[in-house]
Design a protein around this ligand. Structure first.
Ligand code: THU
Length: 162
């Protein structure tokens, strides 16, 4: 039977990962703390994108009183990177979150990109024709790393269909 299978890495804390990626995750966490506009959900998300030219671009969720008009941190970061550094490949995207009350069960849970963000990451992947590494983090500092974020969107819709 056909199947999808992928592997990922799990680290108990950021000190176990490459220092460049550790810094990237710290930059995502800083965006969650200081750049998020989330007055409605109070769920603050930050993203940091590392580009092939070593530039780092931050993003944060930007909510709206008209709820569907809000946008996730990942898309803000990726779209900003596309404008600030056109044509430069995205190597890695790190995401982090914070919120007022995080109970013990929640603390270990990594934030994983929503379906729309997966679709946008997939478009960037197709556009640049090279994989994007994804780093996801939990409130207690655990990190999950997927070397090709495309694995999170099997059977994806893309330009090949149009
Ligand atoms: N959000 C993100 O920014 N990224 C994610 O990966 C999941 C959800 C935002 C959207 C909304 O502002 C808030 O988190 C609650 O859903």
């Amino acid at each position: 039977m056909p199947s999808f299978h992928f592997t990922y890495d799990s680290f108990p804390d950021a000190t176990s990962i490459d220092p460049v990626l550790q810094q990237l995750m710290a930059t995502a966490a800083e965006a969650a703390r200081n750049l998020s506009y989330a007055p409605y959900s109070k769920f603050q998300v930050g993203a940091a994108v590392l580009l092939e030219n070593d530039a780092v671009v931050q993003g944060s969720n930007q909510e709206n009183a008209s709820f569907p008009a809000g946008i996730c941190a990942e898309r803000v970061a990726l779209n900003s990177a596309a404008v600030l550094y056109p044509g430069i490949k995205v190597l890695t995207i790190a995401i982090a979150y914070t919120k007022a009350h995080i109970d013990a069960e929640m603390a270990d849970e990594v934030l994983s990109p929503c379906g729309i963000c997966r679709q946008v990451i997939s478009e960037v992947y197709q556009r640049q024709n090279s994989p994007i590494r994804l780093l996801m983090s939990s409130a207690n500092g655990k990190i999950i790393m997927i070397n090709d974020a495309q694995n999170l969107l099997p059977f994806s819709f893309g330009s090949h269909m149009l």
